[in-house]
Write a protein that binds this ligand. Structure first.
Ligand SMILES: [Zn+2]
Length: 271
């Protein structure tokens, strides 16, 4: 998912994005071409929670339960109330649109920059899209009625969640534009950057079927795109395991949508 830049950053537009991360450890060196200047989101590892004031997180934090994100788990069934709202800190939840024969296409992704439960923030119980775990990891969850009550009592929390809704709308709109405007390889690079932002380390599991679904293209198309990125030395893709080898190169290979959405998240979710 998107990245987050501190206001004290050089801001030179050098193109090297800062990644959300869980803690202060840096696992990369300058030499390997990977981002080193990542924003510290500790202790929660989630940008939305990180952005809340001490007073607000003191209210919300005790209600959050650390929980694994399990591969393929559906955390929001289409058209049904969700029992929990999730704040990922490692891993990816996809919002997917399903057609009548069960085919799915990704509408948006949720990682450590965000949360599930946009309908709840907006006053609805449900949404027609499903939300499911694509890349496993862990996160925080809170029972929906408890979350709803806190959001209603704490205007600053609600305001932050509403700004996140706007950021998520930007992501969805840009995804729609991206699908029409940009080629599969640059879109594939963009998606891999988003995934890299949302996981610890540089390797994550992702089948080509999932990647094809996320990009809304055929499996041969996504296979060709991934092969191109691999030949360029930007990623390694072996048995469903993707390793980002050259973060800066992957950013250069991505369409501009990655940075457009990233900047909007930075603007809206500033602490
Ligand atoms: Zn694009």
């Amino acid at each position: 998912m998107v990245t987050y830049r501190q206001s004290s950053a050089s801001g030179s537009g050098a193109g090297k994005a800062r990644r959300f991360r869980r803690d202060a450890r840096s696992t990369h060196s300058q030499e390997d071409g990977l981002a080193t200047d990542k924003v510290d989101l500790s202790p929660w590892g989630n940008a939305l929670l990180h952005a809340l004031s001490p007073e607000d997180i003191a209210i919300l934090g005790p209600e959050l339960e650390a929980t694994p994100l399990r591969k393929d788990e559906v955390v929001f069934q289409p058209g049904e109330p969700a029992p929990y709202v999730w704040f990922p800190r490692n891993g990816i939840i996809s919002i997917v649109a399903l057609d009548e024969d069960g085919s799915a296409i990704e509408v948006a992704i949720i990682g450590r920059e965000g949360m599930t439960g946009l309908p709840i923030v907006l006053g609805s119980e449900s949404i027609i899209y499903a939300s499911m775990v694509q890349v496993p990891g862990e996160g925080w969850r809170i029972a929906t009625p408890v979350f709803r009550g806190i959001v209603e009592r704490r205007p600053a929390i609600k305001a932050m969640m509403l700004r996140y809704v706007l950021a998520a709308m930007t992501q969805m709109g840009q995804n729609a534009a991206c699908g029409q405007l940009h080629n599969v390889e640059s879109r594939c690079a963009r998606w891999l950057l988003l995934a890299h932002d949302d996981v610890d380390g540089d390797t994550f599991s992702l089948t080509q079927d999932y990647l094809a679904m996320m990009l809304g293209v055929t499996r041969p198309s996504v296979s060709g795109a991934a092969s191109g990125l691999q030949r360029a030395g930007l990623i390694r893709y072996v048995r469903g395991q993707i390793t980002v080898l050259n973060r800066a190169g992957l950013e250069a290979a991505s369409c501009e949508c990655y940075n457009i959405v990233r900047r909007e998240f930075e603007r809206l979710l500033r602490r």
